[in-house]
Design a protein around this ligand. Structure first.
Ligand code: ZN
Length: 371
C-alpha cells in the first residue's frame, strides 16, 4: 500500500508537494484571504509500521517562525488520544518523525476541535440547563452560538477561538463549562448565583472550518476589529458586540493560544492607560486567584504592555474594558508546553487545557470581587 495524505475535512490544512514510500514534503496553506500560516492538520493513510518523515518545507515562512523552536507536532492514531512526535526545526523546515502502529495517523499543530465536537459541546451544555441562542451569522453564514448559564446580576462573557487555529480555547471551554454546569460544584454554584455567564465558544467559525490559523473568511484578524467592526467583513464581532450592548459586561475573558511562549499567562486591560483603579484591581485579583488554583499559571512571562501597539484598541479585551468599564482579560495557553507544569509525553494538551478551564472559575469569581 502506498501513502496518501488528505486534509479535505473540517479544519484540515496541508498541501502535498511530493510523496515517497515513507514520507512527504508538505506545505502549510496560507489562511483563506489572509496572510497568516502556521496551523496544519492532515491524515496520513497507509502508514502502519513505517518510520515516517514528514517535512513541512515552508515552516520558515510561517507567521511565527520562532514558534517552532522547542515545538513538537501533535499526532494521534485514533483521533482521540494525542501525543507529541519527534520534531526538529532547521533551515526553515519542520521535520516530523513518527512510526505509527495503525494504518492512519492524524497530525496537527494542536489537537483539533472539529464541528462534531462543537455541536456535541452545545448539546451537552443545553441538556445540562444552559440556554442556547444564535447571536448572528459569520461571513459564510454559519451560526455564532452563545450559551448562557446562571441568573446572577453581574454579566460575564467568555469568548473562544477568535483565532481559529487556537483550538486549546475549545478544550478550555469544555473544562470551564463542565464545572459551571455541575450543580455539585461549589465554585460553579457561586458563579451562576453571582453572575449570568455568556459563552461564545467559537467566534471564528469560518476560520475553524477552513483550517485557518487566524483570519476569518474575509481575511480579517477578528481580534483587531472590536473598536468598530465592519458588519460585512467582521459580522462575528459585530454580533457579539450587539449582544454585549444588550447585557453590559462586568468581566470578559477572551481565551487564546500563543505560538511562541511556553507559558500560561494573562494579558489584561489593566495596562491600558485609560484603565481605572477598579479595573486594575479586578485583573490583579483574577491573577492572584488563578495562581492559587492552577500550577500551570504564572505571571512572570507574558506580553509587554505595548503589545499590539496602535492596534491595541481593536483587541477585544481592551475595547470591551473601555466600552463597558469591564474587567478585561485575555488568557493565553501555549502550543508547546508549560514550563511551570510540563508534560514530557503530551506537552500542553487537551487535559491541561480542560483543567485550566476548571481552575479559572474561582479566578473569575475573584475578578468580579465575589468570594
Ligand atoms: Zn489568539
Amino acid at each position: 500500500m502506498s501513502l496518501a495524505i488528505d486534509a479535505d475535512f473540517h479544519g484540515g490544512n496541508i498541501i502535498v508537494q511530493s510523496l515517497g514510500e515513507a514520507g512527504a514534503d508538505l506545505a502549510i496553506r496560507q489562511d483563506s484571504n489572509g496572510p497568516w500560516l502556521q496551523w496544519f492538520y492532515f491524515r496520513v493513510s497507509g502508514a502502519g509500521g513505517r518510520a515516517l518523515t514528514l517535512r513541512i518545507v515552508n515552516a520558515g515562512g510561517s507567521t511565527y517562525p520562532e514558534g517552532w523552536a522547542g515545538y513538537r507536532a501533535c499526532v494521534s492514531e485514533d483521533g482521540e488520544t494525542w501525543t507529541r512526535a519527534e520534531t526538529r526545526y532547521a533551515d526553515g523546515v519542520l521535520e516530523i518523525r513518527h512510526r505509527p502502529a495503525a494504518e492512519a495517523l492524524h497530525v496537527a499543530y494542536f489537537p483539533p476541535y472539529d464541528d462534531r465536537r462543537h455541536q456535541a459541546l452545545l448539546a451537552r451544555a443545553t441538556a445540562a440547563g444552559a440556554r442556547g441562542d444564535v447571536l448572528g451569522r459569520s461571513v459564510n453564514g454559519r451560526a455564532i452560538d452563545r450559551l448562557t448559564i446562571g441568573s446572577g446580576p453581574r454579566q460575564v462573557w467568555w469568548l473562544g477561538r477568535q483565532h481559529s487555529g487556537e483550538t486549546m480555547a475549545s478544550w478550555w471551554m469544555e473544562g470551564a463549562l463542565e464545572r459551571l454546569l455541575d450543580p455539585a460544584d461549589a465554585a460553579g454554584r457561586a458563579l451562576t448565583a453571582a453572575a449570568t455567564v455568556h459563552v461564545v465558544p467559537l467566534v471564528n467559525v469560518d476560520g475553524a472550518a477552513r483550517g485557518n490559523l487566524r483570519g476569518n473568511a474575509a481575511g480579517l484578524d477578528l481580534n483587531r476589529q472590536w473598536h468598530g467592526p465592519d458588519p460585512a467583513k467582521a459580522p462575528e464581532v459585530a454580533a457579539v458586540l450587539a449582544a454585549m450592548d444588550a447585557t453590559g459586561v462586568d468581566l470578559s475573558l477572551d481565551v487564546h493560544g500563543d505560538e511562541t511562549l511556553p507559558h500560561v499567562f494573562v494579558d489584561g486591560a489593566d495596562v491600558d492607560p485609560q484603565a481605572t483603579t477598579a479595573q486594575i484591581g479586578g485583573v490583579e485579583r483574577f491573577k492572584t486567584a488563578l495562581l492559587a488554583a492552577s500550577p500551570a499559571f504564572q505571571t512572570k512571562v507574558g506580553y509587554p504592555p505595548t503589545y499590539a501597539g496602535a492596534e491595541a484598541p481593536g483587541m477585544c479585551t481592551r475595547a470591551v474594558a473601555r466600552r463597558y468599564g469591564a474587567v478585561g482579560l485575555t488568557l493565553e495557553m501555549p502550543f508547546k508546553d508549560s514550563l511551570e507544569a510540563p508534560d514530557a509525553v503530551a506537552g500542553w494538551s487537551i487535559g491541561a487545557s480542560r483543567q485550566l478551564g476548571r481552575d479559572a472559575l474561582p479566578a473569575v469569581l475573584a475578578g468580579l470581587g465575589v468570594g
